[in-house]
Design a protein around this ligand. Structure first.
Ligand code: AR6
Length: 181
């Protein structure tokens, strides 16, 4: 799909901690067990409290490229959407399709659950090793396409951990948004 006319203005980029976001849903970069881990997953479970793990346990895990939704428990966000990004093995093992599936499924779940705002972490960009600029281009393109189809979701925010990550996303965003006619 061409970037022409996609709603880039409904995408926000901020530097910060996703556990602090006051949005309808935050998106966790989980693993297939959905039982917690390190990185942003660990931070979300710590901030949400033990009720989140208790709600995740009966979900039976989650496939790579898909997502499941829970409540936000002690977080300011109403919901947590847990998605499982691909481990990066060079980019020719289906990683782009799987990462796109994470963002598409998360947007679909947000819409189905009446979310008007959603905040994403940089899925797969930590220990799973996805190159951040490639992930940023794919993530923002898919999210812009989904926003175009889902008018009830007013804003999608990418919450980047650290200045370097924010800079990468900002550079890619400018490039994508500038390709509008
Ligand atoms: N807020 C926003 N972003 C964060 C935060 C935070 N509080 N903490 C880290 N990040 P990662 P992955 C950034 O490794 O690569 C877990 O153990 C981080 O700097 O959390 O998808 C899971 O259980 C990076 O840019 O997720 C899985 O086993 C991004 O979040 C595995 O890691 C994602 O880094 C998933 O690996």
């Amino acid at each position: 799909m061409s970037a022409t006319n996609l709603p880039w203005g409904r995408i926000e980029l901020v530097e910060g901690d996703i556990t602090k976001q006051e949005v309808d849903a935050i998106v966790n970069a989980a693993n297939t067990s959905l039982l917690g881990g390190g990185g942003v997953d660990g931070a979300i479970h710590r901030a949400a409290g033990p009720g989140l793990l208790a709600e995740c346990r009966p979900l039976g895990g989650c496939d790579v490229g898909s997502a499941k939704i829970t409540g936000g428990h002690n977080l300011p966000a109403k919901h947590v959407i847990h998605t499982v990004g691909p481990v990066y093995h060079g980019g020719d093992k289906g990683e782009p399709d799987l990462l796109a599936g994470c963002y598409r499924t998360a947007m679909q779940l947000a819409d189905e659950n009446g979310c008007r705002s959603i905040a994403f972490s940089a899925i797969s960009c930590g220990v799973y090793g996805y190159p951040m600029a490639d992930a940023a281009r794919l993530a923002m393109t898919v999210v812009a396409e989904e926003l175009a189809k889902r008018p009830k979701i007013e804003v999608a925010r990418f919450v980047l951990f650290g200045r370097d990550a924010l800079q990468v996303f900002t550079d890619v965003y400018r490039d994508l948004a500038a390709s509008r006619s």
